[in-house]
Design a protein around this ligand. Structure first.
Ligand code: CA
Length: 225
């Protein structure tokens, strides 16, 4: 899951980036409203966490612009004020939920899970054969057995499973994995795919390589019939 965090308070931002990354999300972090608006316009995100008190363009204006472009990205607003008015304005402008600072991380995580659940067409997850991706817990199970995967492997498998049988370009996988702060090379993707393929062997799911194009998750034989 790719999250855009628009927050200018370095301490709050650092805590959020750490917590979200730990739970397997790819986080892009911006500190101004202008940067947030540009980011949403230029890349696809699964969630926008938007501080309303942002420099250069207030969060509420960012939200209005995002919705004016017909973007349906779920938006969770963060507000320093406990006033009802600001929250109402945020929700009226198209936010899906809000949190008043200071908040506890577990509460934020619970709100995110609820938003993602609401936003995804399938509330429990994606299944390919006996492989099941749980979008709430962000884990993958094979016949109810939890697979031991790294956060990056989970992120890769999420994309591959949601498009099972269809080719996903290597560039798309790279984009999925890298926050702007870190580089993921094409070679690194090959290594991740190699490891993931090994871990999926026991499940009978294979990740096929399409030379020069990308990868796709083969549907298991018992699934085709
Ligand atoms: Ca702020």
């Amino acid at each position: 899951m790719r999250v855009l965090l628009a927050e200018d308070d370095p301490i709050i931002a650092e805590g959020l980036v750490r917590a979200l990354s730990k739970s397997g999300c790819t986080v892009d972090h911006v500190t101004t409203g202008i940067d947030a608006d540009n980011a949403v316009a230029s890349a696809e995100f699964d969630l926008l966490i938007l501080d309303l008190g942002l420099p250069r363009l207030p969060g509420i204006e960012v939200l209005k612009r995002v919705r004016a472009r017909k973007s349906t990205v779920p938006v969770l607003i963060l507000t320093a004020e406990s006033g009802v008015e600001e929250r109402v304005r945020g929700l009226d402008a198209g936010a899906d939920d809000y949190l008043v600072k200071p908040f506890a991380l577990p509460e934020l995580e619970a709100r995110i899970r609820a938003l993602v659940r609401r936003g995804s067409g399938n509330p429990t997850g994606v299944a390919v054969g006996n492989l099941r991706f749980d979008t709430v817990e962000r884990v993958v199970r094979y016949r109810d057995q939890l697979l031991d995967l790294s956060a990056r492997e989970v992120a890769l498998l999420e994309v591959l499973m949601s498009r099972a049988g269809r080719v996903v370009a290597k560039e798309q996988l790279i984009e999925r994995l890298c926050g702007w702060g870190e580089e993921v090379s094409p070679n690194a993707i090959e290594v991740y795919i190699h490891r993931l393929r090994k871990k999926l062997e026991v499940c009978g799911n294979n990740i096929a390589t399409v030379r020069g194009l990308g990868y796709y998750l083969e549907k298991p034989r018992d699934d085709i019939a």
